[in-house]
Design a protein around this ligand. Sequence first.
Ligand code: ACM
Length: 538
Amino acid sequence: MKILKQSFLIASLLMCVFLAKAQTTIIPHPQEVKFIQGVFQLSKDTKIISQKETREEANYLAEELKKGFGEKIKIKKKGKGISLILDKSLKQELGDEGYSLTVRQDEIKISAPTNTGIFYGIQSLRQLLPAEFEYQTNAAKSVEIPCTQVKDYPRFGWRAFMLDEARHFQGMETVKDLLDQMALLKMNVFHWHLTDDQGWRIEIKKYPKLTEIGGFRETTQITRNHPEDQNGIPHGGFYTQKEIKEIIDYANERHIRIVPEIEMPGHAMAAITAYPWLGVLGTSKEVPGEFGKLEDSFNVADPKVYKFLEDVLNEVFALFPGQVVHIGGDEVKFDAWKNSATMKELMKNEDLKSPADVQIYFTNRISNFIDQTGHRMMGWNEILGYNVHEWQEDSDFEVKQQLAKSAIIHFWKGDLELIKQAASSGYDVVNSTYWNTYLDYNYEAIPLSRAYNYDPIPNGLDKKYECKILGAGCQLWTEWVPNRKKLDQQVFPRLAAYAEVGWTNKDQKDWERFSQSLEELKARWTLEGIDFATEVEK
Ligand code: ACM
C-alpha cells in the first residue's frame, strides 16, 4: 500500500499535477469545517478576484501560489476564481479575526469582516494544498483542492510567541522564518525580548553604547548552574533601526503585531555595562557571559535613569506601531537596592515599605509615562508585588503601592490563585505559566501533549473574569539555544500545539486529530528545512 502510494505520488509529481489530499487537515483546527464531495482545480489560469481594499492579501496569495506554479497568477476585479471578499457586516458573527472559506468545484470564496480575517482564510487555503506544492522545483500545472466549507474565528485574541534574542542573538533570517511559521498557524503576537543581562539588541540612536558595548560579550556560560564554565567565544549582534523597520513591515504583512520587550529594572546588565551610571552598583566591566539572576539593577532613585528609560521608550514607540510595550520587571535582585543609601532615601521620601514597594513605585512611574504616550504597559507578574520566588525574603514584600490598572500582567510564575486574583482585580492577563509554555524546557518537562492540553483559563476562575484572560504566550528563552538546529528542536512541533491552544475552542480540541494533522505540517517543515523534534513524548 505504501509503495503504491509512493509511486502514485512520484507519477503525479512528474506530471506536476497534484491530486487532492486524501485527508485534509488545518492547524489550528477551525471552529467549523465540513468537507464536501468534489474538488476545485487550481491552475495558473485561476484568477484571484480582489478589490482595492484586499489588494495586499491578494498579492500575498499570488506570491505563495507562485512558489508552486512558477509564475504569479492574475489578480482581477471581476469574475470567478478565488474571491477575497471584505464584508464588514460579518463582524458580529466572525469578530475581528474570523473568516469563512468556501471551496466549490467552480470557485473559492474567502469572506471576512477584516483584512486579518481574509489573511487567515488564505492560511487555511494554503493548508488545504498538498504540503509539497509550495516547495517543488518544477512548475505545477494544476492542484486539486477538496471542496470544503470553513467558518472560523479564534478563541483568544492574544496568541503569542516570544523569542529571547539577548542570550543568543538569532538575526533577521531566523526571525523572518519564525514569523512565516507563526502566520501559517494564525499566531498574531511576536513578543520580541530585545534586552537582557547578556545583550542589548536594538539600536537606540541617543545612546549608541547600548549596542556598541551592550551588544557584545566575550564569552558564554555553557553548563547549567556552573557560571565558571565558559566557552571563551565572543558572541553578539544587534538590529539597526532600519532592520527593525524591515522586520516590522514583514510582520505587518503577516498580520502579526510585535510587542518589543525592554527589560527594567532588573535583567539590565548589558545596559549598565554600557552606561555604568544606570546601575545601583555600576561596577560591571563586561557584558556578562553568565546566566541567572545578576546583582545589579537600574538605579530607580535617580531621575537621570527615568530620563534614559523615557528616551529609550520614545525611540521604541517611534519604531513600533503597536500599542503594547513589555517592560519585563521579572526577577529583580533586591540586595543592591537594600544596601543603597540613595534607595533608602527614596523609600523614606516616598513612604515605600520594602524593595517590592520600590519596584511598584518605579513601574507605576514608567506606566504613567507609557500611558501618556498613548501606549500600554505589559510586564511579568512580579510587577504586581507578590513574592513568587523561593530565593527572595518575604519581608521584602511589604507593599503600600498598587500597580496601575492599565497594566497587562504577563503571568509566568506563582500560585494559580494569583492569576485569579489579578483577573478578578481588573487586570488583563496573558497566561504563560512556565510549567506549561516555556519552549526552552525539554520534552520530558513539557511533552507535546502537555503543550497541546494547556488551557490558559485557570481552573476555578469565575466565568465573569474569563474575558480578562487575553490569551496565551509560548516563550523561547535562549540561554541553551546557541544555534538554529537547537532552536528548531525546541520550537517545533510545540509551536503548532500552542497555536491550537490559542485559536481552537476547548470543546473542539482533539489530541488524536491534532497528532494526525501534524504529519502534514511536518512534511511542510521538512521541505522548509525546519529541523523539528521527533522525540516529543518522553
Ligand atoms: C522569566 O522567565 N524570568 C519571565
